[in-house]
Every structure is written in structure tokens, then in C-alpha cells.
Ligand binder design. Structure first.
Ligand SMILES: Nc1ncnc2c1ncn2[C@@H]1O[C@H](COP(=O)(O)OP(=O)(O)OP(=O)(O)O)[C@@H](O)[C@H]1O
Ligand SMILES: [Mg+2]
Length: 329
């Protein structure tokens, strides 16, 4: 693995570099909340036990998983990431476990799966809370036995893989809903890391904003005071990813060397976080109008996930569902 000049963090001892991240390879960990997460991760790095990383959408769960891998004894071996919610169960099964020749129509040759590709390294199972139930039993067996079997083959063989998984869902709730196996939950949740939402680590906002701005490689090099104020006041329901998009938007619109508040996306000008309230009211609107707009905005930032949006909004899921039905009427 490529090594980096970056010094390990004095606080947690981890090198805050996550190879493979598209633009910024330097990860921002200024806030105490984020440093605490990485300090905990440093204690997990040497172990082979599974790690579950939880946190709202866009908080940096995959970034943390990559740091964990890069600082583990497995660092010289592959980090293989797969979104287990993105594929239907049968495709996912052959993707994860591979298949033998003739295992199904079209399987002209044998193919190794991602477990094999990640041998001696780390397999990152993203969106584990949405993994098809049918496959959860097979994953549990692989974790328990350290062995896998390709689809359509009868022989099992050992793989040396550390499994790290991530979810924006509440896994205990998924178990109660009957969508997630309890035995798998206990197996995966041996070690947990909780990545805090951006609104709970405001110290990171401006540093992240500058990092993302530098990644744009444009003539724009900073922010006006008003823009900084907006960035700090916003509640960031889409977390770091939303901030990244906002900076991209700002850099594209800025006409001077600094991003001004008007260059930021409209949502950021309309919304302020609970701690914010610095935005001047734009016209007089009813509470219901503001509520509707905010709910739809949060839902959008949560990529349409009603359960996640309800959690961010601090309301029951069926309350959210009822309100959405009213809006659609
Ligand atoms: N601390 C950080 N420093 C620099 N970039 C970061 C940091 N945290 C997140 N990012 C960037 O923000 C984006 C979202 O991060 P990531 O994909 O890890 O989030 P996630 O929690 O896995 O999101 P999702 O729940 O949607 O899968 C990525 O482009 C990532 O590079
Ligand atoms: Mg992710």
C-alpha cells in the first residue's frame, strides 16, 4: 500500500488518510467528536472481529472504514467495498460468494466472489441494514465458520477476511421489524463505531469546506463572512456529502475569489439548524408551510428514506408518513 507523509494523529495515533477516496485523501478530523471516533477505531484496528459503523447518511462511514483498514495489519491487502442493498438477492449472492462453472444459465466460467477478492484484507458491506433476508443466513455462516462456498459448488474453503459493515439504519429496529436476523446482528455488532452527524461537530464544517473547495481547483479560494455564517448555521441533514455538494455549487457560481452566501444552494439559505436561527425571515410564511418545506428537504437529503428522515426530524415514522400523505393529497 502507498504510504503517506501525513503524521499520525497525536490524539488517536491513526494516520487520517483513507486511500481510495476520490478527491480528498486527507480526512478532516478536527472536532473532538470525530477524534473520539477515530481513537476508538485505533483500538479496533488490530483485531479481526467484525466492526459495525453506524451513522446518518453522508456522515463519512465509508471514510472511517477505509481509515480502519489502512491502519490495520491488513493494510497491504485489498479493501473491497460492496453496497449490499444495491443488488437483488441472487445477484448479490454470486457477487459475494462467487459461482462455479454452469452454476446458472450464463455462468460459462467459474468466477470468484468478493469474499475471495478480499482475502487477507477487509470486506466492507455497506447498507447492511438493507441486505436481503435470504442472504443473511449465508453471511452468518461465512462469519461463523470463516468458510465460504461458491454458488453451484459443493466444496467450502477458508477465507481470511475481516468484515466491516455500515448502515444508516437502526439495526435493532430492523430486527423488530423482522427485516434483520438477530443472530447476525449480534455477530456483526461485536465492535461498533458511531459517526456523529455534522451538526454535532460544527468545528469540522469550515475545515471540510476549505478542503472541498481546494479539491475544485478553481480560482475560488475562500468564503465571505456571510457565507461562513450560513455554513455554520445550517443543520446539514445530508451531512458531509451535502456540504461537499454545497461547496461544489458555490465554487461554480462564485464570481469573485470568495464564495458568497448567494452562491450557496437555496436550501442552505432557506434553512438554519436548531442552533442557527441567524437567517433573516424571507417573507412571512405560515408554520405549516415552513414545516412542509423542511420535511421535504430533509427527506430529500436522506435520499428518500422515510425512517432516516423521521429520525433526523425527531418525529415518529407514522407521523411523517401521515404528513407526506397530506402533502400528496
Ligand atoms: N472527515 C472527512 N474528511 C473529508 N471528506 C469526508 C469526511 N467525511 C466524509 N467525507 C466525504 O463525504 C462524502 C460522504 O462520505 P461517505 O461516503 O463515507 O459517507 P457515508 O456515511 O458512507 O454515506 P452513506 O450513508 O450515504 O453511504 C464522501 O465523498 C467522503 O469522501
Ligand atoms: Mg456509504
Amino acid at each position: 500500500m502507498e504510504r503517506h507523509e501525513d503524521a499520525p494523529c497525536r490524539f488517536c495515533g491513526l494516520v487520517p488518510v483513507a486511500p481510495g477516496i476520490t478527491s480528498a485523501t486527507r480526512v478532516v478530523v478536527r472536532s473532538e467528536a470525530m477524534q473520539t471516533v477515530l481513537k476508538r477505531a485505533s483500538r479496533f484496528a488490530a483485531s479481526d472481529a467484525p466492526v459495525a459503523i453506524v451513522g446518518e447518511t453522508g456522515t463519512g462511514k465509508e471514510v472511517v472504514a477505509r481509515i480502519l483498514h489502512a491502519n490495520s495489519p491488513r493494510a497491504a491487502h485489498p479493501f473491497v467495498a460492496v453496497n449490499v442493498a444495491a443488488l437483488p438477492a441472487d445477484l448479490l449472492e454470486s457477487e459475494l460468494f462467487g459461482h462455479g462453472k454452469g452454476a446458472f444459465t450464463g455462468a460459462a466460467t467459474a468466477r470468484r466472489g468478493l469474499f475471495e477478492a478480499a482475502d487477507k484484507g477487509t470486506l466492507f458491506l455497506d447498507e447492511i441494514g438493507d441486505m436481503p433476508l435470504a442472504l443473511q443466513a449465508k453471511l452468518l455462516r461465512a462469519l461463523q465458520d470463516g468458510e465460504i462456498r461458491r454458488l453451484g459448488e459443493s466444496e467450502s474453503f477458508a477465507v481470511d477476511v475481516r468484515v466491516v459493515c455500515a448502515t444508516h439504519r437502526d439495526l435493532s429496529q430492523r430486527v423488530r421489524e423482522g427485516a434483520f436476523r438477530e443472530d447476525l446482528l449480534y455477530r456483526l455488532r461485536v465492535l461498533t463505531l458511531e459517526v456523529p452527524p455534522l451538526r454535532d461537530r460544527r468545528d469540522d464544517i469550515l475545515l471540510l469546506a476549505h478542503r472541498f473547495l481546494a479539491d475544485e481547483h478553481t480560482h475560488v479560494t475562500g468564503f465571505t463572512r456571510a457565507a461562513r455564517k450560513r455554513l455554520l448555521a445550517h443543520s446539514w441533514p445530508g451531512n458531509v456529502r451535502e456540504l461537499q455538494n454545497a461547496i461544489r455549487h458555490g465554487a461554480a457560481l462564485a464570481t469573485t475569489q470568495e464564495i458568497d452566501e448567494d452562491d450557496l444552494p437555496a436550501e442552505i439559505l432557506r434553512h438554519t439548524g436548531p442552533a442557527g436561527a441567524t437567517t433573516a425571515p424571507r417573507g412571512l410564511r405560515t408554520l405549516a408551510e415552513v414545516e412542509r418545506e423542511h420535511i421535504l428537504y430533509v427527506l430529500d437529503a436522506c435520499k428518500g428514506s422515510q425512517s432516516e428522515a423521521a429520525r433526523v426530524l425527531g418525529i415518529a415514522r407514522n407521523t411523517l408518513w401521515r404528513k407526506l400523505r397530506e402533502y400528496a393529497a
